[in-house]
Structure formats: C-alpha cells, structure tokens
Ligand binder design. Structure first.
Ligand code: C2E
Ligand code: MG
Ligand code: MG
Ligand code: MG
Length: 280
C-alpha cells in the first residue's frame, strides 16, 4: 500500500516525476515543431486611458495554434520554452511580429498620437547578450518607432543580475524604447530598484486588482499608484473585470488599464479593425 510503505511512496513519487518529465518532453517536442511550422501567433489586448477610455496601445500576448484548431495559452508552454532555451527563437519571433504590427498600425497615425505595443520578455530573453541588437533589428526591419515599443519585464529579472540589467535598460532607453515592470508587487525585490533602474511604468498585478473588495488589496493598489506617480512613472492596472474595479482605479488616479471588462486579447485582424473604430 503506497501510503504506508516508504518504498511505495517512492514508487508513486517516481511515477509522478516520470509522468511530469514525459509530459514536459512532449511539450518540448511540440514546441520545436510549432516553431518550425509557424504555429505561434500574437493576440493583442487593448490598453486604455482610464480618464477617457481612449485606446493607448496593445499588449502582445503569444498563443499557439494547435493542429486541431484550438489555442494554447502561454501558461501551458512558456515555462518549458524558458527551461529549454526555446524561448530565444520564440521571443525573437514575437518581437519581429509585434514590431511588424506596430509598423503597420503606426502608418496612418499622427506622430503625436499616444500608442504603443508592449512585449513581454522572460528572464532568459532579457539576459541574452544581443537583446539590444535583436530589438534594433526587429525595429529596423519594420520601420517601427522605438518610442512606441514597450518591453515588460518582472522585478526578479532585474534583480537576477542588476549590473548587466542596468546597462541593458540604458541601451534600450537610449533608443527610445520604454520599460514596464510587469506583475508589480508580487516579487521579492526591494523598492530601491525603482529609482536605480531607468523604468517608465509599473503594471499592477491582476491579483491585487481582482480582489479590491479586500481592504488590504485596495490599499496596496492605491499605494502603488501613488508610489509610481511620486517617482514620475505611469501605472497600468491589469485584469480589470468589473465596473467597480474600473471606478476604484480611476478614483485612485491609475492612468491606464486593460482587462476583460474592456476587451479580451484579440487576433491581429480584429485588433486592426479595433484601431479603426476603437469604440467599446
Ligand atoms: P502578463 O504579461 O501579466 O499578461 C496578462 C495576462 O492576463 C494575459 O494572459 C491576459 O490574457 C490576462 N488577462 C488580461 N485581462 C484579464 C482579465 O480581465 N481577467 C483575467 N482573468 N485575465 C486577464 P496570457 O495571455 O495567458 O499570458 C500569461 C502570461 O504569459 C503573461 O502574463 C506573460 O507573463 C506571459 N506571456 C505572454 N505572452 C508572452 C510572450 O510573448 N513572451 C513571454 N516571454 N511571455 C509571455
Ligand atoms: Mg505583461
Ligand atoms: Mg502582467
Ligand atoms: Mg500577470
């Protein structure tokens, strides 16, 4: 009986581990094939100014098209892409695609129009020595304006190697690219990095936004907004699902927001149509 004998327990553990390993290997093989067969596509979630509900940009979110027509969300494959290094070719693909869309969408836009595309970078991508070069290449290939590209990284990515992170952020910022801290408030880093690193924006994690009935979470959101503004940073709230959440965020002075209340992430063509008539 597995529960009582230590040997049995080890067997069950081995079995579970093997299942996990085999599952991950299956996913890895699938990822390689998906890369070859160009099954990764980008969805774009609108980001709005909370003061007047005007569209200010999109966050690019990767999906995998399954042969059966379904879509896999990043939660199912990003961590394995990260572990296997496949995140590098995948990330380059995402960057190239996002810049291409940005170039197209910017074409008939006044230079003064506030509009940007945010691209998520994982730790391995950010620590690539040629990140800046790769990004420049994607921008040049597409003619996209670097000032309309925002890169989202998490706090832990910065803290992994602060020295090189600082140099990299400076390189990106010199080109006009802006930097957002994703899932802000969920990491373990000290606040001092906020003034040590050249960043532009904080994204309040969905976890805080979704539970603002809780007094503590409400205080945290309000405090993050004030902290960002005091440091001269913009704030974006993610995961806005209810009118009450929107109202509270507005009351707190949060600048921007995204969430199912406004729009789910959209496939490229829907995002294009949306840009032509962004009314919700
Ligand atoms: P994230 O960057 O924090 O992105 C926000 C996630 O919240 C997205 O999930 C989005 O679909 C979801 N979301 C937005 N509004 C709502 C809402 O109102 N309610 C709920 N329940 N969810 C909402 P998604 O697309 O599944 O992506 C998950 C994570 O995967 C992202 O979190 C990001 O960390 C990562 N990711 C996505 N695309 C890429 C990519 O191209 N490269 C890398 N490295 N990571 C990516
Ligand atoms: Mg993000
Ligand atoms: Mg986020
Ligand atoms: Mg998040």
């Amino acid at each position: 009986h597995a529960r009582r004998s230590g040997v049995g327990r080890i067997k069950v553990f081995d079995w579970v581990m093997r299942e996990v390993a085999e599952h991950d290997m299956g996913v890895e093989t699938g990822l390689r094939r998906s890369l070859e067969e160009k099954q990764f596509i980008l969805y774009y979630q609108p980001i709005y100014s909370l003061s007047d509900r005007s569209l200010v940009g999109f966050e690019a979110l990767v999906r995998r098209q399954r042969p059966d027509g379904g879509l896999d969300l990043p939660g199912e494959f990003i961590h394995i892409a990260e572990e296997t290094g496949l995140i590098i070719p995948l990330g380059n693909l995402v960057m190239a695609e996002a810049c291409a869309a940005l170039g197209r969408w910017s074409m008939d836009m006044a230079a003064s129009t506030k509009f940007s595309i945010s691209v998520n970078l994982s730790g391995k991508q950010f620590s690539q020595p040629d990140l800046v070069k790769q990004t420049v290449k994607s921008l040049r290939d597409t003619g996209a304006d670097p000032r309309r590209l925002r890169l989202e990284i998490t706090e832990s990515v910065l803290m992994d190697n602060p020295e090189s992170a600082l140099a990299k952020l400076r390189g990106l910022r010199e080109m006009g690219i802006t930097i957002g801290i994703d899932d802000f408030g969920t990491g373990y880093s000290s606040l001092s990095y906020l003034q040590r690193f050249p960043i532009d924006c904080l994204k309040v994690d969905r976890g805080f936004v979704s539970d603002m009935d809780d007094h503590g979470n409400r205080v945290i959101v309000k405090t993050v907004v004030n902290l960002a503004h005091s440091l001269g940073l913009e704030v974006v709230a993610e995961g806005i699902e209810t009118p009450r959440q929107e109202a509270l965020l507005k009351e707190f002075g949060c600048d921007f927001g995204q969430g199912f209340l406004f729009s789910r992430p959209l496939p490229h063509d829907k995002a294009s149509a949306f840009l032509r008539s962004p009314a919700t």
